[in-house]
Design a protein around this ligand. Structure first.
Ligand code: KG4
Ligand code: ZN
Length: 327
């Protein structure tokens, strides 16, 4: 069975082809248009999707022996995300659905991220815990089965990736700043002279908060001169990154304790962070799985796999275009 995946919820335009659960092609265009603005500019994002999606689709098919008429299912991200950006992918998918007369399903972007881990770890069995850490979301779910997700905790303010991007902007990095902070932090081995607080919302829920951490960094650098920042940028990045990792790791440990589920998936753009991977691997051992970095950030292969699984479970749903739908 051939599934065409389409993803355009934020600043990646992506089109993928899956044969059953195997990725044949995963074409991704990461918009660089936002780097100077410190974050994604919605209007620029939708225009960039519109300019790229046709050509990207043609290129993806041209690089395989599969023709567009051969597809059996169209799987498109329809929620949550930027309204204008989602609209481009959903309209494009609906156009193909009408012209080719093939089944279509809408997919929640977070469901896509959860499925990203199964592309390379098909042996990961239900139920498992999924820690979704991206630029727009930070949440822990129990994944009971395809279509059965239980929210255990989520951020009450900024997402972890958003905190990386905002702190990065304060320290002079361009958007997205996660990778730059990680590289800068790797210049120091272990930093104890600077520490930032790890937020714990309450002992009886698994919610996260990252805006206090962001403010702590802001006040720490507020009165410092350029020379101080230049000399201490690596230490600040290390301390910030450590606070994020501790927060994610502590809540995950509580989730394991309360659910007694030991199988864990770390997914979403922030899951590219090697220090985070190492810290979680050390704490949770072989029970934790990560997608490879190109499958952590936004891509259509994960959307196609989620669609394929929904098709097999007879859970297809017509795309609804809901920019704020929860999972
Ligand atoms: O999943 P994703 O591609 O998009 C959303 O759904 O939001 O995640 C993008 C986020 C950005 O905030 C980016 O800074 C962060 O992932 N990110 C990282 C790293 N690579 C990407 N954060 C920390 N360390 C990294 N190596
Ligand atoms: Zn994402």
């Amino acid at each position: 069975m051939i599934t065409l995946g389409i993803e355009s919820s934020c600043d990646e335009t992506s089109v993928a082809i899956l044969r059953d659960t195997t990725v044949i092609k995963n074409g991704i265009y990461s918009q660089t248009e936002h780097s100077q603005f410190g974050g994604v500019v919605p209007e620029i994002a939708s225009r960039a999707h519109l300019e790229k999606i046709d050509h990207l689709t043609e290129t993806v098919f041209a690089e395989t022996d599969i023709k567009i008429k051969d597809i059996d299912l169209i799987s498109v991200t329809d929620s949550p995300g930027l309204a204008g950006a989602l609209l481009v992918g959903v309209s494009f998918a609906l156009g193909l659905h009408t012209t080719l007369n093939k089944p279509i399903t809408g997919i929640n972007h977070l469901e896509g991220h959860i499925f990203s881990v199964l592309l390379e770890n098909p042996d990961l069995s239900f139920p498992f815990l999924a820690l979704v850490v991206s630029g727009g979301h930070t949440a822990i779910y129990t994944v009971h089965d395809t279509g059965k997700y239980e929210l255990l905790g989520q951020t009450v303010d900024d997402a972890a990736g958003e905190a990386f991007d905002k702190v990065g902007k304060m320290l002079g990095f361009t958007y997205p700043a996660g990778r730059s902070i990680e590289l800068e932090a790797s210049m120091v081995q272990n930093e104890k002279s600077i520490t930032f607080p790890v937020a714990r919302i309450s002992s009886n829920n698994l919610n996260f908060s990252f805006s206090g951490l962001k403010t702590a960094v802001k006040y720490f650098i507020k009165d410092k001169n350029v020379q101080f920042i230049n000399e201490n940028r690596s230490r600040i990045c290390f301390a910030f990154q450590k606070a994020v990792i501790d927060s994610l790791s502590n809540n995950l440990a509580s989730a394991v304790k309360s659910t007694k589920i030991r199988r864990i998936a770390l997914v979403g753009g922030v899951a590219c962070n090697q220090s985070l991977r190492d810290a979680l691997q050390k704490r949770f051992g072989t029970d934790i799985r990560f997608p490879s970095p190109q499958l952590c950030t936004d891509n259509a292969a994960m959307i196609a796999l989620a669609g394929y699984n929904r098709y097999r479970k007879k859970q297809l749903r017509f795309p609804t275009m809901n920019p704020s739908a929860p999972l």
